[in-house]
Design a protein around this ligand. Structure first.
Ligand SMILES: [Zn+2]
Ligand SMILES: [Zn+2]
Length: 383
């Protein structure tokens, strides 16, 4: 079925960074973009709202393009195929069927890379020297239409609700990359817990590709600092993988969410969990939490910093990091992260808790996010 594409669309556009309380996003009428070579035009159904959008609005991330339409967790329906897009495997997955009109796909933060630099050639495209980011370098999904390269969008698991899928596309994927870098998922990680799902029947998505080789000796302990969208999604994957999760948040609403999702303990940073962690992920943009995580970390443990922005990290006493403890940041994600997160999200299955807003209330959604009033993930319903 061919649906007519209008000439113009509604979009929430940022002209200049300003405090979110001043509502810097303005509802504007823009021309519908055209799908270029190898690109697809998407009719946006939903777009997740992320702390990175907040950093773009408020200028902690300097403008890359101005004005810009933010939004980088796009669920959209293919409305038009640019020249050659019908030849491209979506998500960079060898052998994947090319896209057709009407397919529902997701667009994440990493819009595309040069595919040629030394990082891209070694499978670290998340570190590309010439990466372009959705809603920062190119217009994103706080609009009725958006374009993206066919090789950098991802088919969503069959039957997944638009609003539930949106938070997976940044919060979920970045959380998944954090889990990979601390050894919860990936080739060297432990087996999924006994409570995990049975292997998929033949012909369905098989977990074999991600099925790890090593069995855990005992439940391992993962601390997650900042219990927002990414934490709520990756907690479910970590528990599925047999880890115990400890949730650290400054307000009770988020601590109760951690417990509801299966955390064995939830507290504030000042509370004593009574154990040492094998790994920690810090999603909250507060540098002192990296040090707090380190001080509760067992020997050989890893602290992953999952934010694109953080306040400075205070001085670290050498004994806190001695014992082969590691602190590392997590930057963006690879196409493999996106594919495997979407695969595992369907297997677990990961449940998104969504707070829904209409497109024109993007400022309100971001203010709620800033003021810790979002329980789970904020998502704009666009069409
Ligand atoms: Zn590159
Ligand atoms: Zn994001």
């Amino acid at each position: 079925m061919v649906v007519a594409i209008p000439d113009t669309m509604r979009a929430m556009q940022l002209a200049a960074p300003a405090p979110v309380a001043e509502a810097p996003l303005r509802l504007v009428e823009l021309p519908v973009p055209q799908a270029g070579l190898g690109e697809v035009l998407l009719k946006v159904r939903a777009c997740g709202v992320c702390r990175t959008d907040l950093h773009i609005l408020e200028g902690e991330l300097p403008p890359h393009r101005s004005p810009v339409v933010p939004g980088h967790q796009i669920v959209g329906e293919v409305a038009a195929l640019g020249l050659g897009a019908e030849l491209v495997a979506p998500g960079g997955e060898a052998g994947a069927a090319p896209l057709a009109l009407g397919d529902v796909v997701g667009v994440p933060w990493l819009h595309h890379t040069d595919e040629t630099c030394r990082f891209c050639r070694s499978g670290l495209e998340n570190l590309c020297e010439h990466a372009a980011f959705t809603g920062w370098d190119v217009d994103g999904g706080f609009a009725e239409y958006a374009v993206a390269p066919a090789g950098w969008v991802y088919r969503l698991p069959a039957g997944m609700d638009d609003l539930a899928a949106a938070p997976l596309l940044c919060a979920g994927i970045i959380g998944y990359r954090c889990l990979r870098l601390i050894g919860v998922v990936g080739d060297d990680a432990g087996l999924p817990s006994a409570a995990g799902p049975a292997p998929a029947p033949a012909g369905e998505v098989a977990p074999a590709a991600g099925r790890p080789a090593v069995e855990l000796a005992a439940p391992r302990r993962l601390a997650i600092y900042g219990f927002g969208s990414a934490a709520s999604l990756c907690t479910q994957v970590a528990i599925w993988r047999g880890w115990e999760v400890y949730g650290i948040a400054r307000d009770e609403e988020h601590r109760s969410l951690a417990r509801e999702l299966g955390a064995v303990w939830a507290g504030e940073a000042a509370d004593d969990p009574g154990v040492l962690y094998d790994a920690a992920i810090v999603f909250a943009p507060a540098g002192e939490l990296a040090v707090d995580a380190l001080r509760h970390l067992d020997k050989g443990g890893i602290v992953a910093l999952g934010g694109i922005y953080s306040s400075p990290i205070p001085a670290i006493e050498y004994p806190w990091i001695y014992g082969e403890r590691v602190v590392r940041s997590v930057a963006n994600s690879t196409r493999r992260d996106a594919r495997e997160l979407l695969r595992d999200a369907a297997l677990v299955p990961v449940v998104s808790r969504v707070q829904e807003y209409p497109l024109e209330q993007a400022n309100e959604a971001l203010l709620d996010l800033k003021e810790d009033r979002v329980r789970g993930s904020a998502v704009l319903r666009v069409s």
